[in-house]
Design a protein. Sequence first.
Length: 441
Amino acid sequence: MIYEQKTFLESDASQPLAARLRPRSFDEFCGQKHLIGEGRILRRLIENDTVGSMIFWGPPGVGKTTLARIIANRTKAQFIDFSAVTSGIKEIKQVMEQAEKGRKFGEKTILFVDEIHRFNKAQQDAFLPYVEKGSIILIGATTENPSFEVNGALLSRCKVFVLKALETGEICELLKRAVSDERGFGEQEIEFEDGVLEMIAGFANGDARSALSTLEMAVLNGDFDGKKTVVTMETVEQITAKKSLLYDKTGEEHYNLISALHKSMRNSDPDAAVYWLARMLEAGEDPLYVARRVIRFASEDIGLADPRAMEIAVAAYQACHFIGMPECSVNLTEAVVYMSIVPKSNAMDVAYMRAKNDALTMLAEPVPLVIRNAPTKLMKELGYGKGYQYAHDAQDRLTSMQCLPDSLVGKEYYTPTEEGNEGKFKARLDAIKEWKKSRKN
């Protein structure tokens, strides 16, 4: 049985394409194979009608509400569709009272709350006692990190399932189904210029709803000659206000452009860096992907020459997450320009690669006894921690204690440069080494 605040499973030809084409089964569902592929945990829970309280977390248009509707179609429980946008405490209490009455008669109630992050603390608290005593099974959907947006007590009683942005290929398959399905444009004769569907999929940036909306607009604005509709690249460019740039987010050009951005920043060329940044973003690249690469650059190519570089890179990533495109383009520009003009050092990357080589070829090197923990009497008797020197108790906050395995004593992985702030760290490290050398002798 399904109770709804608004019509939930209605079929109306006047509805948008995304609503008409909403998947009715796993076979029609696009993406999220890590959750609903054959034998995967979420699919088993739904097929066995044994779902518990859970949160679906993911970007817009990836199937959170659709999964809830599939559950609604398969469950024997009462399924209530609840919107955080249009509901308040009064509506919550009414629904909870209904669920509590059902529980007393042995009926199970599943409550789906779309955009649960829009509920404030008091509203979320209203669900808690009913979830605790089993009156309802809560399923929430959110685009925001539930760790920050859902009350800890409520979150601890829910399993979080992370939904991923759809791949371009997955969206292409969805668009092809929309063209052929009778719920979509299957009864119309439509001709697409080569590359149009791929272009729409690329512009969607992982959002199925956005892709279907763009497709619908493109068909409605296509050239109709009385028999068939022709959709061209120019049509799509006009309705999206985007040019089809030479860019394949999964192909060679993708890697060429991110390489160009990275090397322009490394070469301290902010103008080139901003150009390549714009090329990627305007072609539909995920800004979070670019932000992740900038974070990597901050340590790989700058490191301690300017420790603030990583702070700015991480802040840019968070800004991209909070506001998205197109607004976050300026946040990424600030980060990219900063990375380009500050002093450079690859000492962090070199240090790790040197250590990695030894770590992979000398796997059996034992941890020196002096720096092992000794939580048991036996370990103490075996010499664990014997002779350990607590640096904070030393006059200079330094000791001559050996921390590397015997076979690696004297090995140096980190070699600081004189660039920027790293010059100060180099002087400090040189002084530390000299101090330890004098004490050892």
